[in-house]
Design a binder for this molecule. Structure first.
Ligand SMILES: NC(=O)c1ccc[n+]([C@@H]2O[C@H](COP(=O)([O-])OP(=O)(O)OC[C@H]3O[C@@H](n4cnc5c(N)ncnc54)[C@H](OP(=O)(O)O)[C@@H]3O)[C@@H](O)[C@H]2O)c1
Length: 290
């Protein structure tokens, strides 16, 4: 077991998970479409994550589609008792790899069943409703209709906990009036800080905030301040970016994505990296405008 315990835990539904987890999106093929170039390598990354103590994996059946969940099942089933797998529904893939909304009751229900089948489980630990009003940024609009469908699936016992993804604070408030929301998954990192106020509000209410693209996603973070700090601390820029998120708020759970065992180990080691206050102040300056 590695240093993954060093950053502590936070609640995710009825469990506590370590604050450094793993995001599986990078395990599908190029453009998150089709099979990976090296399936054995993808399996090795997942097994190493669990061996290193990761107990929170983020996925979706629209990665591939289906591919990532099938690889997770092949690598890890029967699953460790303490592993929480979080999936998301609300999108589908076009034949050209495009990301399309899939919010009809039939599509949402089918997505839950696809996740159950491909992960090989009887109940999904956590399902995020991924909003698609605008693919690139959260956009206002009522989430009542699709969230009510997901809440019904929860009542039927197919889903243990419900979360929201790619949402505005108004939608989070609307969602919390419909059913219990255990996590919010939005884009947030050192350079993209639009959710600062939302994170603090969720922290006050004990709800997990799970930033996607913690390392910048398809455009990896690059900043001279980040590189200088990393060099000064004897760490890598990616480790500093993750450590900054861990220190940003106690309810932040990390799911950095990688297709590489070496990067996975590097990322998990960030759990043990503490950034001094003068470093935090310097890093805070990078993305203040969100
Ligand atoms: N809810 C949503 O809408 C949504 C959207 C996007 C993602 N997600 C979830 O969030 C997770 C994280 O997002 P992400 O994977 O897209 O982006 P990310 O974690 O910000 O960055 C992943 C990228 O960084 C590279 N990388 C990872 N560790 C590295 C290291 N130590 N050094 C250098 N490069 C490194 C990866 O390449 P290598 O493979 O070469 O390491 C990959 O290109 C996903 O896996 C997915 O589960 C959710």
């Amino acid at each position: 077991m590695s240093q993954t315990t060093a950053a502590g835990t936070f609640s995710l539904g009825d469990r506590h998970v370590k604050r450094l987890g793993y995001g599986a999106m990078q395990l599908a093929g190029p453009g998150v479409f089709g099979p990976p170039r090296d399936r054995a390598a993808a399996i090795a990354v997942l097994r190493e994550a669990v061996a290193q103590g990761v107990d929170h994996i983020d996925t979706s059946d629209f990665y591939g589609p289906h591919v990532t969940n099938q690889i997770i099942r092949e690598a890890l089933a029967p699953y460790p008792d303490d592993l929480v797998i979080v999936t998301k529904i609300g999108a589908r893939r076009g034949e050209d790899a495009s990301w399309l909304p899939a919010f009809s009751p039939a599509e949402l229900t089918q997505a839950v069943h696809d996740n159950l089948r491909n992960l090989g489980v009887d109940v999904l630990d956590v399902v995020n409703l991924r909003l698609m009003f605008d693919v690139h940024a959260p956009a206002e609009g009522s989430i009542e209709a699709p969230l009510t469908v997901l809440a019904d699936l929860q009542r039927q016992g197919k889903v243990r906990h419900v979360g929201l993804s790619h949402v505005t604070p108004t939608q989070v408030a609307e969602g919390r009036r419909i059913c219990e929301i255990v996590c919010v998954q939005n884009q947030y990192n050192l350079a993209h800080r639009a959710d600062d106020a939302l994170i603090d509000m969720l922290a006050a209410d004990g709800i997990a905030y799970v930033p996607f693209f913690p390392l910048g996603g398809f455009t990896p973070l690059q900043s001279s301040a980040l590189s200088e700090v990393a060099q000064q601390l004897g760490a890598t820029p990616m480790q500093v970016a993750l450590a900054w998120l861990l220190q940003r708020a106690p309810n932040i759970l990390l799911i950095p994505g990688t297709s590489s065992v070496a990067h996975l180990r590097e990322n998990l080691a960030a759990a043990a990296l503490t950034l001094p206050s003068e470093v935090l102040a310097k890093l805070d300056g990078i993305g203040r405008t969100g």
